[in-house]
Design a binder for this molecule. Structure first.
Ligand SMILES: [Zn+2]
Length: 243
């Protein structure tokens, strides 16, 4: 359903208002947590039309070797891998899943894009790929040592539910690494009119635009109490947390 008015998807504030528009969508800012978000969210029908051609429209298959290398570097920084399990949430074509496997993890990738999952299975047959959502996986009760989730949360209409589901598939002392664009990054313009010219602002693909404050609030609400942001030269939030 399209909400004519909806609360802030992070802190539930009703005080947000329009600060810009792009591609025919209004961008609201929440004064309480700082989140920028598309308001109202597109309807489920609009989103499913958009995603039905998603990875055909994107160059997701490009630069495979460099994508695996980057994911390897990130995953290696999370500690010991021997025999441990890794879950790549929103794995797309499976680059990070393969990176985890090559580092010694028993690696599983999940994505709701069945076509992408089929391609991942062919490309990386030693990994375990499944066309399921995180909530479906959470209902099965399986748990993992390490969770990797890169550039997914900014696409979602219910980020709190998503994080709670991730938490529920983590083992005790499990580690979560997550990335999303950083609209508060020092390299970006402060004026909203200039900021929204950044290519990351592309509704309806990206619905949520976080900075450290808004993402930190969301993680706390989901029950993660020790959230660390890694420094990044690029405008990307890199979160490491554990339970
Ligand atoms: Zn808010």
């Amino acid at each position: 359903m399209t909400h004519s008015t909806m609360d802030c998807p992070v802190c539930e504030s009703k005080h947000h208002s329009s600060v810009a528009s792009k591609n025919g969508y209004e961008i609201h800012r929440c004064p309480d947590c700082g989140l920028l978000f598309i308001h109202p969210f597109p309807s489920p029908g609009e989103l499913s039309d958009f995603y039905s051609n998603y990875h055909k429209s994107k160059q997701y298959g490009d630069k495979i070797a460099s994508k695996i290398k980057r994911a390897r570097k990130r995953i290696r920084s999370l500690g010991r891998s021997n025999g441990r399990t890794l879950l790549d949430v929103g794995c797309n074509l499976g680059f990070a899943t393969e990176a985890g496997r090559s580092l010694g993890y028993r690696a599983t990738g999940i994505d709701i894009d069945e076509d992408a999952v089929e391609r991942a299975k062919v490309a990386f047959p030693e990994c375990d790929f499944r066309p399921v959502s995180i909530d479906a996986l959470a209902q099965g009760g399986e748990k993992f040592d390490t969770i990797y989730c890169s550039e997914v949360i900014e696409h979602l209409v219910d980020p709190l539910d998503f994080l709670k589901n991730i938490k529920s598939v983590m083992k005790n002392h499990g580690v979560l690494f997550m990335t999303t664009p950083d609209v508060g990054h020092y390299s970006l313009p402060k004026k909203i009119g200039k900021l929204v010219e950044w290519t990351t602002f592309r509704p309806p693909e990206h619905l949520l635009y976080f900075d450290r404050k808004s993402l930190g609030i969301l993680f706390k609400k989901a029950g993660f109490h020790d959230v660390k942001f890694k420094f990044s030269f690029k405008p990307t939030l890199k979160v490491i947390t554990s339970i």
